[in-house]
Design a protein around this ligand. Structure first.
Ligand code: ZN
Length: 332
């Protein structure tokens, strides 16, 4: 059986009889592979090994319309299969829809549904993807103990995976963000994966943040240069605590955005999603490129008027990046 498929995205504007179809160039299946690998570890205790992962369309009513995808990843205990809904491509669909709007084929305010199709084809895209092994050391501990000395940072839907961030690590990021403002700054979040001794639930505990001193900040974005990553790597090696990269943090400085948030009083900034919950396109690209592991989070320290800092947190959910909640651990 061939593993090659041609994919297309179809758009059905409400007012139009029929739809618009666009061929999909190479889909990004790596986050799906990461999702399946982490599920294998979380659900089944199967450690993913290196090799090839297989990404396969799941057809609705015999096809070519899709209702989701199956992903197979190699593990120490054999192949593990996970399923993803078609929403995995919702962000891609949004980009393609925006392109159709730019090309004048759709209007921006038009209500529009989308769907996806696939055909097996030798000229299509090879749906194999490389799988990198995932065998972190799992620290045996008690999740109840962590919950007991933590506060939930914000109320959102339940997370598929719990993350604990110590209060002092958050405060360090806030202090660095204030000191660098109006420039952005950032760093790497170190930590460990833990496993509850009773329920076997996996969770992450952040232990420290390492500032990326050589990152190049501006008022609008932060660029991590190869030098910046290298300096973090050597700092981690010096610590010798068996920590892994559990994510990253960086600051936003709405206080200095002269054309937008900077003009608002603190009361409005606190309520504003743009000032307090933004994860920009370049933030997503960096998260996808460097922090693709399904447990990795990205914390943003938003510097508001009067140097007040509000944190927000983002992470992976079924292969997509979105806002997530986390626990603030009050003491260690
Ligand atoms: Zn950012």
């Amino acid at each position: 059986m061939s593993n090659n498929y041609r994919f297309s995205l179809e758009f059905y504007p409400k007012g139009l009889n029929g739809g618009l179809s666009m061929p999909l160039s190479r889909p990004d299946v790596q986050p799906a592979v990461e999702y399946a690998q982490f599920e294998a570890l979380k659900q089944n205790g199967q450690f993913p090994t290196r090799g090839s992962a297989l990404f396969r369309p799941s057809y609705a009513n015999g096809g070519p319309g899709l209702n989701g995808f199956a992903i197979e990843v190699p593990t120490v205990a054999g192949v593990y299969q996970a399923e993803l809904p078609i929403d995995y491509f919702a962000d891609t669909a949004k980009d393609y829809q925006a392109a159709l709007v730019s090309a004048g084929k759709l209007t921006a305010d038009e209500e529009c549904q989308w769907a996806m199709s696939a055909w097996e084809s030798d000229e299509g895209i090879d749906c194999m993807a490389p799988a990198v092994e995932l065998n972190p050391e799992l620290v045996a501990s008690s999740i109840e103990e962590f919950i007991g000395r933590s506060k939930m940072a914000c109320e959102r839907e339940a997370e598929p995976f719990r993350v604990f961030v110590p209060r002092d690590v958050l405060e360090e990021t806030a202090d660095l963000a204030r000191a660098a403002s109006p420039m952005e700054c950032g760093g790497v979040l170190l930590g460990n994966l833990h496993q509850d001794s009773r329920s076997r639930e996996l969770f992450a505990v952040i232990t420290a943040q390492i500032p990326a001193m050589k990152a190049v900040g501006s008022e609008l974005e932060l660029r991590f240069t190869p030098d910046a990553w290298e300096s973090v790597r050597s700092a981690v090696n010096l610590r010798k605590r068996g920590e892994i990269w559990c994510g990253w943090w960086h600051s936003h400085t709405p206080v200095a955005w002269a054309d937008s948030c900077g003009q608002c009083p603190i009361e409005r900034q606190r309520q504003c999603g743009y000032a307090t919950r933004l994860f920009s396109a370049s933030d997503r690209t960096l998260h996808r490129t460097v922090f693709a592991r399904a447990f990795a989070i990205g914390i943003v320290a938003n510097v508001l008027a009067g140097n007040e800092v509000i944190h927000s947190c983002f992470g992976w959910r079924q292969g997509r990046i979105g806002a997530r909640r986390y626990f603030v651990a009050e003491d260690r």
